[in-house]
Design a protein around this ligand. Structure first.
Ligand SMILES: Nc1ncnc2c1ncn2[C@@H]1O[C@H](COP(=O)(O)OP(=O)(O)OP(=O)(O)O)[C@@H](O)[C@H]1O
Length: 596
């Protein structure tokens, strides 16, 4: 990392470099960027670095405050204004945007019985405390995936759900699950000492969660935990999160205070599952696999086996155990595996084509030779006003290199990848969230699920190669912007090395009505109105229990409906700041419903 200071003892070349740095710094400042912050990353992968005073030294995310229940409370806990403030206010929370570009989605629902989508939260049959928490979250209207998932889960079905990035899938499973449990928490939850008078020395209990949510990345686990903290507010349901890289001791102590909702990454979960005195799944009622396609296809077979078949564990395998799988993408190979685990008659909900993206992301592909990428990146960043920007590279080495390059150009940048200590990862993300460092360079590790408010621009410094999930990863990466009705842009550097993804990229651009640059013309399908997705996302012959058929009834024994969500009756209303609204009655098959 460079520094601007005295020139004493420097040779001529070093003095020139320093002058250039000062010039770059002044340029970045003049353009409105805040000052760069030095991050001295530890040299060794996986090891905990010595505390660095220049970095944030806040507690681990797993120790974040949860609502403190007191057994003296009646059905609803007392308000806690300080916690309320922390959970539900703040400029860094994601808020629904008003960008509606006549988006329409085909919602396909397949399963044993018809699902009647809910049009607003008030009529969704939610527990009153859940309804109050949803309002505190400022969720005015359910998103399309929530409209269908809430009733499906409330009526006790296993669910496989696929919907675009940033469409509120986390709340789509947490709201109905937690709402169902709220009325029965006293009866179902494991006994524990009154949390209000907890004594860590004498009162430790075994964690026996009612809900388990498994997801592939640590950052995503913490985000889901945050959402659970909000939605469990004023109830006795106690959420905990366990993930790799952070001290096991802190997480163990949290579990020992009692845990009703456990959010976990698979590695740390497997570690804790070995200790039956610490964690038991005998009470488990709901297992949710988030980013299911990733977890089903990245070497977590043993974990999945344990979670679904209960092999070698004390898992509740009774019929009252509900399983749910969620993702924005679901390539055919992962769907085949999902089929093995899920009940034949599970409810399958699909919003839009599996693996599609939406028009609120303005996608641009520009041709840049490998050697010109750094300069092109700086030019691109300076071509716009300062804004939260996420830059993806394909390797950790490149990630470090781009971070250094931008830092030396005077930019407030930080970076995140899997060789960083967990402390460094949490610091980097926090700096990005709070805009201390509005530029974040990342490898794919952060692509999935990351929900940061106001990410205006995603830049693919490297496009993902087809060997590394290609277009699936592209969809997840660009989905970090334009979330929940907001707008954003995604710019990708393309050159001859990216020919492998050219065809898929063209199809996505066509589908989401984006411009195709001349250099991609060669990859355009012959008939752009008849796109063959090859990946099986539109081939329903071999999916989950018949698959996600666009053709209602295709491959299903049960009832299937294909409904279009978007446009007229329920159209997005900027006034109520949410989704849907307007119109009345349920969603008939030809009804035009909530859009965003
Ligand atoms: N009904 C709603 N109204 C307004 N905002 C909502 C609503 N539901 C969820 N949100 C917010 O939308 C944001 C995106 O939600 P979430 O992260 O669950 O998306 P996702 O579909 O899981 O995306 P990804 O596929 O990228 O993981 C979150 O900040 C969440 O708080």
């Amino acid at each position: 990392m460079s520094d601007v200071g005295s020139n004493a003892g420097l040779d001529e070349a070093a003095i020139v470099r320093k002058a250039k740095l000062a010039e770059d710094l002044a340029r970045a400042k003049a353009a409105g960027w805040n000052d760069p912050i030095p991050f001295n990353y530890g040299p060794t992968a996986g090891e905990e670095a010595a505390p660095d005073e220049s970095r944030d030294t806040v507690p681990w995310l797993s120790d974040a405050a949860v609502y403190a229940w007191d057994d003296e409370f009646g059905d609803v806990g007392e308000r806690n204004p300080a916690l309320e403030d922390m959970l539900f206010t703040g400029e860094h929370l994601q808020r629904a945007g008003g960008a509606i570009k006549a988006l329409t989605f085909d919602v396909t629902v397949e399963g044993p019985e018809k699902v009647h989508p809910v049009r607003n939260f008030d009529d969704a049959g939610l527990h009153p405390v859940m309804l109050a928490n949803v309002k505190l979250c400022q969720y005015n209207v359910p998103t399309p995936i929530q409209s269908y998932c809430i009733p499906a889960v409330l009526s006790g079905h296993d669910v496989v759900a696929v919907a675009q990035t940033g469409s509120g899938k986390t709340a789509a499973f947490l709201i109905p699950i937690l709402s169902k449990l709220m009325g029965k928490a006293r009866q179902l939850a494991a006994p524990r000492p009154n949390p209000a008078r907890y004594n860590a020395a004498t009162d430790r209990v075994r964690a026996e969660p009612l809900v388990l949510v498994v997801c592939p990345t640590r950052e995503l686990a913490c985000q889901i935990f945050d959402e659970a903290r909000r939605l469990c507010y004023r109830t006795m349901l106690r959420p905990c999160v366990v993930y790799g890289g952070a001290p096991t001791r802190n997480q163990r102590e949290q579990l020992e205070m009692g845990c009703d909702i456990l959010i976990a990454t698979p590695g740390r979960l497997m570690d804790f599952m070995q200790n039956n005195n610490l964690l038991s799944f005998r009470r488990l009622k709901f297992t949710v696999i988030d980013e299911a396609d990733e977890l089903l296809s990245t070497g977590w077979e043993e974990t999945m086996e344990k979670l679904f078949q209960g092999s070698g564990s004390d898992m509740n395998t009774d019929a009252d155990h509900t399983y749910l799988m969620f993702s924005a993408t679901f390539p055919k190979s992962a769907r085949r595996l999902a089929k093995e685990y899920m009940e034949e008659d599970c409810c399958r909900i699909k919003v839009g084509r599996v693996g599609s993206t939406h028009e609120n992301i303005k996608q641009q592909i520009i041709y840049v030779d490998e050697s010109a990428k750094n300069q092109a990146l700086v030019d691109l960043i300076f071509s716009d006003e300062p804004q939260r920007t996420l830059i993806f590279t394909n390797s950790k080495v490149k990630c470090d290199m781009v971070d250094d390059y931008l830092y030396n150009k005077g930019m407030p940048v930080t970076s995140i990848h899997s060789d960083r200590t967990q402390r460094e990862r949490e610091d980097a993300l926090r700096s990005f969230r709070t805009a201390r460092c509005p530029l974040l360079v990342a490898t794919g590790v952060t692509a999935r699920g990351l929900d940061v408010a106001n990410v205006k621009h995603v830049i693919n410094y490297d496009l993902p190669s087809t060997q590394h999930d290609g277009i699936t990863e592209y969809i997840h990466r660009i989905g970090r912007t334009a979330r929940i009705g907001n707008e954003g842009k995604a710019t990708s550097f393309f050159n001859d090395r990216n020919d492998d993804i050219g065809e898929d990229l063209c199809k996505i651009l066509i589908e989401s009505k984006q411009d195709i640059p001349d250099f991609l013309e060669q990859f355009k399908p012959e008939d752009p109105t008849q796109i063959d997705w090859h990946d099986g996302t539109d081939d329903e012959s071999d999916g989950i229990g018949g698959g996600f058929g666009d053709d209602a009834g295709a491959g299903f024994g049960g009832e299937a409906t294909t409904e279009e969500a978007g446009g007229e009756a329920g159209g997005f209303s900027a006034d109520d700041g949410g989704f849907g609204g307007g119109g009345d009655g349920g969603f008939a098959a030809d009804d035009k419903v909530a859009s965003w």
